[in-house]
Unconditional design. Structure first.
Length: 421
């Protein structure tokens, strides 16, 4: 795209047109007392768009596809979050959106060179260890949050990109096999296994199991790519053993899950609308009342429900903007994470890294959407870039930067074929 200014220009126009159309909907159908709130929101969104377009001109990359999709979905999120219960300008979410953009470019710069990442992998494990210690010592009594006045931080979110890097691997590393009993074992594969066990224990200790499927998805994607790397003899014994262990772990988790998890697994939300089924029942009512095109920005009632801006944000958007807008939002995120999967990666390391990020985002979205729709037990996880929360936004931005870093530079790809590393 850098070699085609016309394509760059029309991409900018597309993003601007999408945001202007949304802001026009706010102006026409929104619930506001003063036009000033709409003007302030519009100026903030359009200024961020234009400023980012100019910034990208000085930040040289082979492709800006992911960046355009990122600014598109982030300012969509700013508009959504600024309309819950009435039109205003959500300064806090706007700042976290800017932080996500900065984190994206930081992730891109740090993760471009897989050799550097492999040489400094020790720091990945040290970082995870520091975050573990912070959770155990600074979050209070069995909590996942560090609170400093009105500011709060969730250290477990920052474990996700580090865990993705810990699960990423190269073909060369997978060829260092050692015979143990009747299995060919790669010692380097034992570290991610130990980490996922520690993460499960930590989540259990903190009574916060909602993020476990996300970490499990990262580990499983990495595990599959570790045992199925190119030109390797597929180990049926390893795969069968892994499936047996996974099944046993799932059965044990369901049987020995804490009381609040058991309650969510077996509750009937319509017979318990004032208790554990309150959020899901209200979310379903909101989705149904919004229909395809919604009640209008700021005209919903879900803004009065706890965690409407993060845990049930899909339902809140459905109510005010309609199911059509919500599905468009999800499609933009899916397209963004699919771009690296349909393009050749820089290396096998980058390919496994991209798979881990995509697995994390897909599972997070599925948990939030299906939980809001009562298709699965309610977990309370966020939708990347859409839900409110500084920790989640920054980590999601960094992980999108990791995806961007996995793309093969166009010039290199044209001149020579890179072998997977």
């Amino acid at each position: 795209m850098t070699d085609n200014p016309i394509s760059y220009f029309f991409s900018c126009l597309f993003v601007l047109a999408a945001h202007i159309a949304m802001l026009a909907n706010v102006f026409i159908n929104g619930n506001y007392d003063s036009i000033t709130s709409v003007i302030v929101l519009s100026c903030a969104v359009l200024i961020l768009d234009i400023a980012y377009f100019v910034f990208m001109l000085f930040f040289r990359q082979s492709s800006y596809t992911i960046n355009f999709l990122l600014i598109l979905v982030l300012n969509m999120s700013v508009i959504f979050q600024s309309c819950f219960g009435g039109v205003y300008f959500s300064v806090k979410h706007y700042i976290t959106a800017i932080a996500a953009l900065a984190a994206c470019h930081a992730g891109y710069l740090l993760c471009r060179d897989y050799r550097w990442l492999q040489q400094h992998r020790t720091f990945v494990y040290i970082g995870i260890g520091i975050l573990f210690i912070a959770i155990l010592t600074l979050t209070g009594s069995r909590s996942m949050w560090i609170s400093i006045g009105s500011f709060s931080l969730q250290p477990s979110e920052f474990i996700k990109p580090l865990f993705v890097l810990a699960c990423a691997t190269s073909v060369f590393e997978q060829q260092k096999k050692h015979r143990i009993l009747c299995f060919n074992v790669v010692y380097e594969n034992l570290a991610p296994l130990a980490l996922i066990i520690l993460i499960c224990l930590l989540q259990w200790w903190c009574s916060d199991l909602g993020s476990l499927p996300t970490f499990a998805a990262i580990y499983i994607s990495g595990f599959l790519l570790r045992i199925c790397y190119p030109k390797a003899k597929f180990s049926k014994k390893t795969f069968i053993l892994a499936c047996v262990i996974l099944l046993a772990a799932a059965l044990a988790a369901m049987k020995f899950a804490p009381a609040y998890v058991q309650d969510r697994l077996h509750t009937d939300i319509w017979n318990n609308t004032d208790g554990s089924g309150y959020q899901q029942s209200q979310a379903l009512i909101g989705i149904a009342s919004g229909g395809w095109f919604g009640k209008g920005p700021g005209k919903g009632f879900l803004c009065n429900v706890f965690a409407h801006e993060n845990d049930i944000v899909f339902a809140t958007i459905c109510e005010e903007w309609g199911l059509l807008y919500s599905l468009m939002m999800i499609c933009v995120i899916l397209i963004m994470i699919a771009v690296p999967l349909i393009n050749p990666p820089r290396s096998y390391y980058h390919g496994t890294m991209a798979a881990g990020v995509c697995a994390a985002f897909t599972v997070q979205m599925a948990l939030n959407i299906f939980g809001s729709c009562n298709m699965i037990p309610f977990t309370g996880v966020t939708i990347p870039f859409i839900s409110a929360g500084g920790s989640s936004m920054m980590v999601s931005g960094f992980m999108i930067g990791m995806l961007n870093a996995s793309l093969t530079p166009t010039i290199i790809h044209r001149k020579q074929r890179r072998q997977p590393a």
